[in-house]
Design a protein. Structure first.
Length: 192
């Protein structure tokens, strides 16, 4: 049986924390998508589904590295509090901002100190994707707050998600390849 090397113990703990965060974000965003549909904010629902798919990709990537390092995958799923769609968008934005500004930078610094390339790669991919989510959630909040009826938040729409790192875009063919992980754009998943 694989065992966790002493120098990887903290990295594995961090991977488990990130796995829990991503898995709970996936569950939460799917619940928020259902609420957004009920609120008639179908574009916001599309965004929640796209971000949920990206978080699932992050969770899978983190889990793979945990196993590579001899750890065991375990996830605690928390209770989900669903508010209004505007509240849910703000909750989602706050979660993304925490991951981008605090959690992933700390985890990347720790993995870098131990030269753990696989952990650095999965943390970095997730952090860069979370930046795209934060940008899109902030845009959606402004549109919902403005009350504009013809805003993209009101209509079902497509988002494009990198199947390797979860980079999320509202623009078809934004690049030839994923700007984070270099996967071909033609492989991106269309989520609506
Ligand atoms: Fe995210
Ligand atoms: Fe990517």
């Amino acid at each position: 049986m694989a065992e966790i090397a002493a120098e990887n113990a903290v990295t594995v703990q961090n991977l488990l924390s990130a796995l829990e965060g991503e898995s709970n974000a996936n569950a939460k965003y799917n619940a928020f998508a259902t609420k957004a549909e009920a609120d008639g904010l179908r574009g916001a629902a599309s965004l929640f589904r796209a971000a949920a798919r990206a978080e699932q990709i992050h969770a899978t990537n983190h889990a793979r590295v945990i196993v590579q390092l001899g750890g065991k995958v375990a996830i605690k799923i928390h209770e989900i509090e669903v508010g209004s769609t505007l509240e849910n968008l703000k909750t989602a934005l706050a979660g993304e901002q925490y991951e981008v500004a605090t959690m992933y930078p700390e985890f990347i610094a720790e993995a870098t100190a131990h030269n753990n390339a696989a952990a650095i790669r999965t943390f970095h991919g997730a952090m860069e994707a979370e930046k795209t989510h934060a940008r899109l959630y902030a845009e959606a909040i402004a549109l919902v707050e403005s009350g504009a009826k013809d805003a993209w938040t009101s209509k079902l729409r497509d988002f494009f998600v990198c199947p390797v790192c979860g980079y999320t875009s509202e623009t078809p063919n934004e690049h030839d390849r994923c700007p984070v992980c270099n996967a071909p754009w033609s492989k991106f998943e269309v989520i609506h």
